[in-house]
Write a protein that binds this ligand. Structure first.
Ligand code: CO
Length: 307
């Protein structure tokens, strides 16, 4: 077994998105494709309704999948095909936008005024960019949850873990999306697909993702364009970038640690990006923009330019 080295720890950056939602962006709209097949990761967490109530009103998506995971409050979802639903605490929506949808996502806080959710964008390979839109809405009770002898708990959203299979299926990049809790002071090794790109995002407590066999204070990995040794400790709102290997190791700090562990096999295709529309070429983007302005963006029944 080889442990994935930590190549970098970054903090999610305060960003304004939608109609004025204050959120933190782990990554997104980058030049480099280091998270391929993933394109963007946002943590929308607010204690005050004014941080999030403006929401994400009507906007298009094409060529990608958006994965929404709610921890507190809820998100009302509505789209141009007539689909509608509410995601509550613990619920997941895996939306394959494919050929195109127009939707809105409106967060509402819980009784205490708090909202917390994550949105991840996964790219689709060229062969599936124009596939029919598909929703997989998963209620919290249907998310597989496993607890280890030492109290480590893993919620399996997609992929397989400790013999449990997540409820989301049929996704191109063979992704894994886990919500992991490790109790204070515990050390855990978590197996990973060697061919996948992987990241962790800490949202409670903190810990260390260093290979525990290394002597304390000695860090072997250095970031290519940085003279500072790589920090391997990760607190709240930290994004941990991993190199290659077949497992991730974590040692929880005094408060324990809760993080998302996300991985997927890279698509390795050219990316042409226009906001929520991600295709392979500029021509495909121009077609999408033309269709948005002149009609025909939404494929399928009752729409001009349908399948
Ligand atoms: Co959206």
């Amino acid at each position: 077994m080889s442990i994935r080295p930590v190549t970098r720890v970054t903090e999610a950056v305060p960003t304004m998105e939608g109609a004025g939602v204050r959120l933190r962006r782990g990554f997104g709209f980058g030049e480099k494709n280091e998270f391929d097949p993933f394109l963007l990761f946002d943590d929308f967490r607010g204690e005050r309704p004014s941080d999030y109530l403006a929401g994400f009103p009507w906007h298009p998506h094409r060529g990608i999948e958006t994965i929404t995971y709610v921890l507190a409050g809820d998100v009302t979802h509505q789209d141009s095909l007539g689909n509608t639903g509410v995601l509550g605490a613990g619920d997941v929506q895996w939306m394959t936008a494919g050929s195109g949808i127009m939707h809105q996502e409106m967060p509402k806080g819980d009784a205490a005024g708090r909202m917390h959710g994550f949105q991840l964008w996964a790219n689709l390979p060229s062969s599936l960019k124009m596939t029919a839109p598909r929703y997989q809405d998963v209620k919290s009770k249907d998310v597989a949850e496993v607890t280890d002898d030492d109290g480590t708990t893993v919620r399996v959203i997609i992929g397989e873990y400790w013999g449990k299979k997540g409820p989301v299926d049929g996704i191109a990049a063979n992704p894994q999306y886990l919500d992991v809790w490790v109790s204070a002071g515990r050390k855990k090794r978590l197996a990973m697909d060697t061919r996948a790109n992987a990241f962790a995002y800490v949202f409670q407590g903190g810990g260390d993702f260093r290979d525990a066999s290394e002597p304390t204070g000695v860090l072997t990995e250095r970031h290519a364009d940085d003279d500072n040794p790589v920090r391997s400790t990760a607190g709240n709102r930290s994004l941990v970038h991993f190199g290659r290997g077949d497992e991730v190791v974590v040692r929880a700090g005094d408060e324990g640690i809760r993080f998302l562990l996300v991985s997927g096999r890279p698509i390795e295709e050219p990316v042409a990006w226009y906001g929520p529309i991600v295709m392979n070429t500029r021509e495909e983007l121009q077609t999408a923009i033309h269709e948005l302005r002149n009609g025909g963006f939404i494929k399928g029944e009752g729409q001009p330019g349908g399948r």
